[in-house]
Design a binder for this molecule. Sequence first.
Ligand SMILES: [Zn+2]
Length: 357
Amino acid sequence: MTSSFDIHIFGDGAGETILIEFENEKLGIVDFGYKHFLSWFDKFLKSKSSPTIEFLLWTHPHDDHTRYLSDLLIYLKNNNYTIKNFFRFPFNKFKKLSELLDIGLEQKYEIIVNSPFIYTEKAKPKYLLDLCNQISELKKDGIILNSEGIKFSTELYRKDLLQKELSIHCIAPTEQEIDKYIDLFQSFLEKRFPASELYLDSGKHNIISTAICIKFGENNIILGGDVENQAWSNAMNIERGQEYTCCNLALLKAPHHGSETAYSKENWNNWGQDFHTAVTTYNKSGLPKSQGIQNILNHTKKIYILKDLHNNLLLGEKLRLMSGKLKSQEDITTYSKATNHIKFSISLNGDIEQEWL
Ligand SMILES: [Zn+2]
């Protein structure tokens, strides 16, 4: 039994993955977009005596969060690991989409090929179809024990540790976002407007991105997925006064790569003033931008931007140009030390330590 737990955040500008290790080698993995995660994870697992995969969480079907999910599932199967829970955005709420994902894939392929909502870069829609098939097979084989769609307030894990409770629950999307996404998809299926128009708008996947709150002792941690501002506002409105409330953060994985569209002053004020923020970059969209970083620095005591393999000079330049706005020289120093992997160790009494690995 440990009195702390660890969060490893990986990112290289093309994708992100997060590993949570809690309570005696219990593991949760959030997203699958970081290229070198699997080779690291293999070594990590071999260093443990009896690791268990409590959950995989797939926040939303964008390429930078999805690309290496298939490889991870193959690896886990070949090495005889079971996955207790596979959590995903709530596709099954949408009957037509559920049909697409569970049966008659070949017949429905044409619809999916044209769908802006089933989009990944790697072999595009076919990749996602194969992935859905793979997940169904793993359920039949007993590798994935439970698979379910999650939404606001879904509990991913809860356990008492050393008289303190550890709980992990979902704080986005709300029903409102799910309904909006379903409406958009429905409109597409009914071809009310040209597919080309919607295809350009594949960013709409973020509407149903999940975010989670981890509560441990006095600590609150948010892993923000790619949730953007309207979805945050809706979630915060429901959250107020409920047991799901996630304020006074110790640590935040900035939503949507620190973008301005994921920022709302009200939410961040609610999250506190004294927390650590990790930002994964997304170089296709040039995220985070200078304004996004400045927004974050108005609220947080430390910002850790993971190293962007493709666009590091540009990011360095952004930080240099705004260095007057940085709270301390230490922030810049931290940036120059950045790698593609940062580990946060969170202790029961609220202390956080971080290390670039
Ligand atoms: Zn993303």
